[in-house]
Design a protein around this ligand. Structure first.
Ligand SMILES: *Cc1c(COP(=O)(O)O)cnc(C)c1O
Length: 393
């Protein structure tokens, strides 16, 4: 008898792409612990603790703070479908793939879309957000990406809430890549709705999307005139399962919630500030190493993410050939460019568990080995030595 499939034997990879990131063994073990029912008192305790831990990583006191049962994009969709009604006006900031995706969802909600744009690789100027708001009669929300994973741009958010709130709108922030890797202060920054994903700096497999709604956003949800267009993502129902009522909506993905619980516990144990500092240091070491062999970061100066390094591919070097060699010979995954940056950039992620000195030194030495085959001369050891100097302080 022949089998339809070979045994499951995925290779071990060093995941230095745009996500997923590597996962701590404790998180993998959590996923293989026994299932309980989604209304078992033991699971209800896990849910309550998960909400407390999410409030901690989001730096918020928001009651409505829960994981949505799907990947980061579902967090995006949940925020937009729950806050928007047909005919509403929404400003979306677009300077990469994920702003473009939000704009698409806004239109699918039947809302009127107003774009505030910047070229890919550059931050959105608050003056352009203000100008977009002036084009609206009654803007419902402004949506913006904190860490644009497609370009490596780090969007400053601190100035935005006063501007957005003065126009009577809500501030919606995509923190899929930033949460757990750099400061995200939901309450202090006046963010009304924020979503993330488990597979980036939270270092958990893809599968859940933590979200949080401020009291203002929760009020907008409560006073909707129409039903939420998505049944599955309707927070008016989902919050009754995560809140005191415990009303069945859909079966919570139990094992994924175990994984998130353990990943969040690891973050609490490490401490948020120390975790951010780790991401910063590994970014600085990688950047110094790349610079030593003539490779630059493509994102705007002063606005380069710690957890996602968008590297300009030197002229004459073949994108795919380098990435294939890294994967096949070194077990390292890095990402290619998206959209207009395809073939122009590599995306080296240093997210969560993947943000380690060992990985920085590994990917730099692998690049030193691989690049010369594309005719790009590299002094062996130069990149690694430059990174070592950063670690030596
Ligand atoms: C990865 C990502 C998403 C989408 O998350 P998925 O888990 O792929 O659905 C959304 N926004 C940003 C900024 C991301 O990096």
């Amino acid at each position: 008898m022949t089998s339809l499939a070979e045994p499951l034997q995925p290779p071990s990879r060093v995941l230095l792409g745009p996500g997923p990131s590597n996962v701590h063994p404790r998180v993998l073990r959590a996923m293989s612990t026994p299932l309980v029912g989604h209304l078992d008192p033991a699971f209800l305790r896990i849910m309550d603790a998960t909400r407390r831990l999410l409030q901690f990583v989001f730096q918020t006191r928001n009651e409505l703070t829960i994981p949505i049962s799907a990947t980061g994009s579902a967090g995006m969709e949940a925020c937009l479908v729950n806050l928007l009604e047909p005919g509403d006006e929404a400003v979306v900031c677009v300077n990469g793939v994920f702003g473009t995706r939000m704009a698409d969802i806004v239109e699918r909600c039947g809302a009127t879309l107003v774009r505030a744009e910047a070229p890919w690789g550059r931050v959105i100027d608050p003056a352009d957000v203000a100008a977009a708001l002036r084009q609206c009669r009654r803007p419902k929300l402004v949506a913006i990406v904190h860490a644009e994973t497609s370009t490596g741009v780090w969007q400053p958010l601190e100035e935005l809430a006063p501007l957005v709130h003065a126009a009577g709108a809500l501030l919606v922030v995509d923190a899929v890549t930033s949460l757990g890797g750099c400061p995200v202060h939901v309450d202090e920054w006046g963010i009304d709705a924020c979503y993330s994903g488990t597979q980036k700096c939270l270092s958990c497999p893809p599968g859940l999307a933590p979200i949080t709604f401020s009291p203002r956003a929760a009020e907008v949800l409560r006073t909707r005139r129409s039903k939420v267009v998505s049944w599955y993502l309707d927070l008016t129902m989902i919050q009754k399962y995560w809140g005191a009522e415990r009303v069945y909506h859909h079966t919570a993905p139990i094992s994924m919630n175990y994984a998130l619980y353990e990943a969040l516990r690891l973050i609490e144990e490490e401490g948020l500030e120390l975790r951010w500092a780790r991401h910063e240091q590994n970014h600085r070491a990688l950047k110094a190493g790349l610079a030593a062999i003539g490779l630059g970061i493509a994102a705007q100066e002063q606005h380069q993410l710690w957890m996602l390094n968008s590297v300009t591919i030197p002229a004459g070097v073949e994108d795919a050939r380098v990435r294939t060699a890294l994967l096949e010979e070194f077990g390292i995954e890095i990402g290619g460019g998206l959209g207009p940056l395809k073939g122009q950039t590599w995306r080296i992620g240093l997210m969560g568990e993947s943000s380690q000195a060992a990985n920085v030194l590994l990917v730099l030495s692998a690049l030193e080995r691989v690049l010369p085959r594309s005719g790009y001369a590299v002094e062996a050891g130069a990149a690694v030595a430059a990174a070592q100097r950063v670690y030596a302080g």
